[in-house]
Design a protein around this ligand. Structure first.
Ligand code: ATP
Length: 363
């Protein structure tokens, strides 16, 4: 087969207009993606949106109705899973209970010789060291914690030296604290091996934390592919703005175009980030809770143009490093995240810089 792109992107993964159907249901619709060599790429989206199906199509467990999957530039149509050189870890990828930790990792080499000039035993020892499980090599899986089991599953998937690592919610069965620790470990191992990795999670915070780039998936389609920063700061759609992080959304109407400005309940907001808007058009303005300040009258903190409103604090949550305030402004609820030792109460002035307003236009 053709090896063109493989020279520059030897382990990259591409999907070209991939559609996967289950009977009448299209679980994926015309999905196109290009994952770079050595990239940590995450598919994030709500339950049932098609993340697992995407991973299974790459691994070769699902056959696309239309479109193509390429790994290292090589077309994968008709190539069985065991010949795709991918390693897979699932959420509850049960280890074999009757095999020791060492034997479980060795099982990862059943189809392949170990990469390089090493014996199977040396390769397994290397992998157990990599995931910090060397001292538990002889244990049975049922004598391990969930986190330890997932580390063994990771070692097993990496044993043959796959080109691509596919991870389907590998941490979701673990408690929050352990999940955060293991994702740091996972990321460090990925960096170290420079292995192309496609990670599936429904947890948007986790996706932002670990990824080089994120694809936000909704109902079998890709809504946005971008760096975590851009997905958060410049959501491409209403869905992304709502799914990723907390957001305030204000329905508004464009009242002028030079410069662009909008009116929300009579409040005039200039829109430095708006392009391509026409007067009278309905838009949604998004402002993150942490971009809204509680002020005591004096507004322009940074010298940037600010918008202010008088609101009432209705309730609050203590987050440890900040307070989340549920405020009311006219008939609207406004979420504010604010630091400081004493939470504001009662009637407050809220201010945000117009630079922090993201404008979504209706399609
Ligand atoms: P979750 O986060 O809940 O695992 P997901 O985003 O991974 O969800 P998929 O498992 O890819 O979603 O499922 C996408 C859609 O395809 C869902 O509507 C699901 O019900 C459907 N689906 C998945 N597998 C099958 C199957 N084998 N037969 C029929 N429908 C399926």
């Amino acid at each position: 087969s053709e090896r063109g792109p493989a020279d520059t992107n030897p382990t990259g993964v591409e999907l070209d207009d991939v559609t996967v159907r289950f009977g009448d249901v299209a679980a994926l619709r015309d999905v196109s993606l290009a994952v770079e060599d050595g990239e940590f790429f995450t598919l994030v989206g709500p339950s049932g949106c098609g993340k697992t199906t995407t991973l299974r199509a790459i691994a070769g467990f699902e056959t696309p109705a239309t479109g193509a999957v390429r790994i290292g530039g090589r077309e994968m149509g008709g190539v069985p899973p065991e010949d795709r050189n991918v390693g897979v870890v699932f959420q509850n990828y049960a280890l074999f209970p009757h095999l020791s930790v060492r034997e479980n990792v060795g099982y990862g080499l059943r189809f392949h010789d170990p990469p390089g000039e090493v014996t199977t035993r040396e390769r397994v020892d290397d992998l157990l060291s990599l995931v910090d499980m060397a001292d538990m090599a002889e244990r049975d899986p049922d004598a391990l914690s969930g986190g330890q089991q997932q580390r063994v599953a990771l070692a097993r998937a990496l044993a043959p030296g796959p080109d691509v690592l596919l991870l389907d919610e590998p941490l979701s069965a673990l408690d929050a604290r352990l999940r955060e620790r293991l994702r740091v470990t996972l990321k460090a191992i990925q960096r170290d091996l420079e292995i192309t990795t496609i990670y599936v999670t429904h947890d948007q915070a986790e996706a932002l934390a670990v990824s080089d780039r994120v694809a936000v998936v909704n109902d079998g389609r890709i809504e946005q592919v971008d760096t975590p920063e851009r997905v958060y700061r410049e959501p491409a759609s209403r869905f992304v703005a709502e799914f990723v992080g907390d957001n305030n959304r204000f329905e508004a109407e464009i009242t002028g175009t030079d410069p662009p400005r909008a009116s929300v309940d009579g409040l005039d907001v200039t829109l430095p980030n708006a392009s391509d808007v026409s007067a009278g058009r309905p838009v949604t303005l998004c402002v993150r809770p942490e971009a809204i300040r509680v002020t005591d009258g004096d507004v322009g903190s940074s010298g940037a143009a600010a918008t202010t409103m008088t609101a009432t604090v209705e309730s609050r949550e203590f987050l440890g490093d900040a307070y989340r305030l549920h405020c009311r402004w006219n008939d609207r609820s406004v979420l504010v995240k604010t630091g400081g030792r004493r939470p504001p109460e009662g009637t407050v002035r809220l201010a945000f810089d117009t630079d922090d307003v993201q404008v979504l236009t209706d399609e």
